[in-house]
Design a protein around this ligand. Structure first.
Ligand code: HSE
Length: 309
């Protein structure tokens, strides 16, 4: 029986100014998944973590993503799936994308690469629809392609992998759950033209900063005048963390995806660790449990651990 074991990385969606259109894969944390190819159209899911996620395929993000892939394959196939998550659901670190993207990338390896990456993104977006009510690809794309991706459009799908310079990313995850579906509902549906202009400038600046390896340009483009002012009210200590981290030398940062995790970009590892101390102090003082990561950009996306044929 063909079997594969993979890791699927956490991702930071939006990258502050690029709501639904920019995302980055991280080296830590990551989920582990094992898939076995079957010759009948069934999906069996087993979670070996403690997050209490549904193992019913229609209610599991990996299940619905795999279902879409199975439907598009010309022969009857199915999968046994074992998932061990360390990316906590509701963390803002692309937990659902790791499951759905990890599942379809692993399945495609078992099918000797029958599908293109773009098709895999399409399949995996069914998982995001289940998790958040909306198809978006800013976690899935970097999870599949690795690195930083720009999703210029999802209808039709147009994904542009972007070059990025070495960056150290500090992430703090206050241990509260924010459902993406909830944090999407509180966003204003209309935007003032002056805010849109500011946001366009920042998105263009951020993309150019990545391509030109211009750390200062990246830093000053990490500004969100549309989503962050609304969503940040859900995150305890947010303003304090941002202010203190920037004063201590972080390039900039903000809410990871739909929160509650907060990330900061740093030019070097020493600063990244100092920023970690600041984040830890803020949450210790507030009496909020947290997890902190100092990590780097994951350039590969989903990675194979073992492949038994
Ligand atoms: N772009 C999405 C949002 C990402 O911010 O709602 C969700 O992880």
């Amino acid at each position: 029986m063909k079997k594969i074991k993979i890791t699927a990385p956490a991702t930071v969606a939006n990258l502050v100014c690029g709501f639904d259109i920019l995302g980055m894969a991280l080296n830590d944390p990551k989920d582990e998944m094992q898939l076995t190819l079957l010759d009948e159209p069934v999906i069996n899911i087993k979670h070996t973590d403690d997050y209490g996620l549904s193992e019913i395929p229609e209610q599991n993000v990996a299940g619905v993503a795999l279902h879409a892939l199975i439907e598009a394959y010309p022969k009857p196939i199915g999968f046994d799936v074992r998932i061990h998550k360390t990316i906590m659901p509701g963390s803002g670190l692309g937990s659902s994308a790791a499951s759905s993207a990890g599942a379809v990338v692993a399945a495609n390896k078992l099918l000797d690469g029958y599908f293109t990456n773009e098709q895999l993104v399409q399949f995996a977006m069914n998982g995001e629809k289940l998790a958040s009510g909306v198809k978006h690809a800013d976690n899935i794309s970097p999870c599949i392609y690795g690195g930083v991706t720009l999703i210029r459009s999802i209808h039709p799908l147009d994904i542009i992998p972007l070059h990025s310079p070495p960056i150290f990313v500090t992430v703090v995850h206050p241990q509260i759950e924010v459902k993406t579906s909830d944090s999407r509902q509180i966003i204003r549906k209309e935007v003032a033209l002056k805010d849109a202009i500011k946001q366009w400038g920042n998105i263009a600046g951020l993309v150019t900063g990545f391509l030109k390896e211009d750390y200062d340009l990246i830093g000053r483009s990490l500004e969100d005048v549309i989503i962050e002012p609304v969503r940040s009210i859900l995150i305890p200590g947010f303003a304090d963390i941002k202010k203190q981290c920037k004063e201590a030398g972080a390039m900039g940062g903000g809410i990871s995806g739909s929160g509650p995790s907060v990330f900061m970009f740093n030019k070097d590892e020493k600063t990244a660790n100092e920023i970690k101390n600041i984040m830890e102090n803020v949450y210790t003082k507030l009496g909020v449990d947290f997890r902190c990561y100092v990590t780097t950009v994951n350039k590969q996306g989903v990675q194979i651990m073992t492949n038994d044929r």
